[in-house]
Unconditional design. Structure first.
Length: 212
């Protein structure tokens, strides 16, 4: 089963992908992770991507799609895969089809912007050990202090109100149109994201006909 997870930043795509990997025994493919791995390993692709990103530019679609096409051709994807982070635009979705990368279901995790803003702006990260917290869902024992190493907790740039709102605006402008694209192909499945993680996961499995 080949799946795409859609949803705004902070909707829980990564968390749901991890659960689906365990329950469906297929790999999750995150383009962000693959790009970071290529950069860290200093591969030719990694050097190309690093140069592009250092210049403040977006990684071109053809580079992203080359990475995806190579990854889904590996043996561990023979029984399916989960795409997280691609396609982000209509052009990328059309290019996946042009490359004959078949998709069975597209799951859109639906959640209000206000809920996402609360989730992401409430995140705190330890400045030393990297442990993660949330001011509501997972607060530290002492305000602003890491439970593990007693270092200061910080707000990452990605989690500031301004950045979160910008990312949501980009999602609505560029990625949300994919819902219509895949709905027209009979592949779109909508799942409520503002519920406990396991409940959302149960609804995803039901939506794709793979209750476990």
């Amino acid at each position: 089963m080949n799946l795409i997870l859609l949803g705004a930043p902070g909707a829980g795509k990564g968390t749901q992908a991890e659960l689906l990997v365990k329950k469906l025994s297929i790999p999750a493919i995150s383009t962000g992770n693959m790009l970071r791995e290529a950069i860290a390993n200093g591969t030719p692709l990694g050097k190309q991507v690093k140069k592009i990103m250092d210049e403040g530019s977006l990684v071109p679609d053809d580079v992203i799609l080359d990475i995806v096409a190579e990854r889904v051709s590996r043996d561990d994807c023979a029984n399916g895969f989960i795409l997280d982070g691609v396609p982000r635009t209509l052009a990328q979705a059309e290019a996946l089809e042009a490359r004959n990368i078949h998709i069975d279901h597209v799951v859109s995790i639906e959640i209000d912007d206000s809920e996402i803003e609360g989730r992401m702006t409430g995140r705190r990260v330890c400045s030393k050990c990297g442990a993660s917290y949330h001011v509501v869902a997972n607060p530290p024992k002492a305000d602003g202090i890491c439970d593990l190493c007693q270092s200061e907790l910080i707000i990452r740039k990605d989690d500031t109100v301004e950045t979160v709102r910008h990312r949501l605006n980009v999602y609505h402008a560029q990625t949300e149109v994919l819902k219509d694209f895949y709905s027209a192909r009979g592949k779109l499945r909508l799942v409520e994201g503002n519920q406990p993680i396991e409940d959302a996961n149960r609804d995803i499995l039901a939506a794709i006909g793979a209750e476990v």
